[in-house]
Design a protein. Structure first.
Length: 358
């Protein structure tokens, strides 16, 4: 049977890496995992192999729990490190605060204690703004910190910065959660293995991303400190994140680790963002792109910029992207594993044309 696609497979925008399809190597891994029977709910050879591979990457104590999506990974992770009276310190721009429809608080009963940041990154000093009130029965107890790598603003934490936060958190009796929806992009930008800025930097539980890097709706919770994160076997089921045919989730995650597919894909997305920014910066420097400015130092696959609203709207009619803060004319441009140089160059030409009209 021949299936005709309902969309134009050559259309690509700069709105989100969630727009991209499934990487062909991941589709091949799914096909290879198909056929015959495997025991359901994680008692399959693919999930067993995934456990081994993640331990090689993140340490022998690591235990991996595939889930359906990033919100589920964050909810399960945070629930595992907190009692019912616990609270999580996070940046105000964190995905758990701005884009998960209250799921962490509604699903678990925890409290989010958010801190404004200029670039999406927490610091020990910023964590300390909310890490207080211990023993006060009128205040939710700050017992976890959640950081995002890369952040919602496209910025990065160095291993030393993660370690500084973890040291403070552990001194306060707090667990450290890392939302790694774009962890592969961070590894590619830092030029470091996961272990350097995750396990060895003091992270206790990790939401390991995959969907934004070419997978078909798969993420994972990785427990790195079993003494701090407990009950995952039960939490995953009661939060509706347990898949029966887990071999297909695990096979996709395995594909990212094999032949460095995850790193190659993320490095390509980062390189396309760098190409886009470099071309636009050249126009700002020579005056041909007056009105355009960059708002963040974002070395991975996100670019944040300001430009006149009218020009942004005209550009968006041709190439899709999102406003970030329309009140100040700030937009976000994202690249993906499948963004091409031609896509970037075409987008630059549209920006030049529309800003030139202004």
């Amino acid at each position: 049977m021949t299936t005709t696609p309902l969309h134009d497979p050559d259309w690509r925008g700069f709105a989100s890496d969630n727009y991209a399809g499934v990487h062909p190597e991941v589709l091949a891994a799914l096909a290879a995992a198909n056929g015959g029977h495997q025991v359901a709910y994680g008692e399959d050879v693919y999930t067993a192999r995934l456990q081994q591979v993640v331990r090689e990457q993140l340490g022998e104590q690591a235990e991996t729990f595939p889930v359906f999506n990033g919100t589920g990974a964050n909810v399960v992770s945070l629930t595992s490190v907190l009692p019912r009276w616990g609270a999580v310190v996070a940046a105000s721009t964190a995905h758990i605060n701005t884009d998960e429809a209250g799921a962490p608080e509604r699903m678990t009963g925890l409290k989010l204690l958010t801190v404004p940041t200029p670039d999406g990154r927490l610091t020990p000093e910023l964590v300390d703004r909310e890490a207080w009130g211990y023993g006060n029965e009128h205040r939710a107890q700050p017992l976890a910190v959640s950081i995002t790598q890369t952040t919602e603003m496209g910025t990065l934490y160095t291993p030393a910065e993660v370690r500084a936060i973890a040291d403070l958190a552990h001194e306060r009796g707090m667990a450290v959660h890392m939302d790694g929806a774009r962890l592969w992009n961070a590894a590619a930008a830092l030029g470091l293995p996961f272990r350097d800025f995750v396990t060895d930097a003091g992270v206790d539980v990790l939401s390991l991303g995959g969907t934004k890097n070419g997978l078909l709706g798969v993420e994972a919770v990785v427990v790195l400190s079993p003494e701090r994160a407990t009950g995952l076997t039960y939490l995953r089921k009661l939060t509706m994140q347990l898949t029966s045919k887990m071999r297909f989730a695990s096979a996709q995650l395995l594909a990212l680790f094999e032949d460095d597919l995850g790193l190659r894909s993320a490095a390509h997305a980062n390189a396309m963002a760098a190409r886009l920014r470099s071309a636009l910066e050249a126009g700002v420097a020579d005056g041909s792109l007056a009105g355009l400015a960059f708002t963040q130092d974002s070395p991975a696959n996100a670019i944040f910029a300001t430009l006149p609203l009218e020009a942004a709207d005209r550009i968006r009619e041709q190439v899709r992207f999102y406003d970030w803060d329309r009140s100040r004319g700030e937009v976000r441009w994202m690249t993906s594993w499948d963004t091409t140089e031609a896509d970037v160059d075409r987008f630059v030409a549209v920006v030049r044309q529309e800003l030139g009209r202004g």
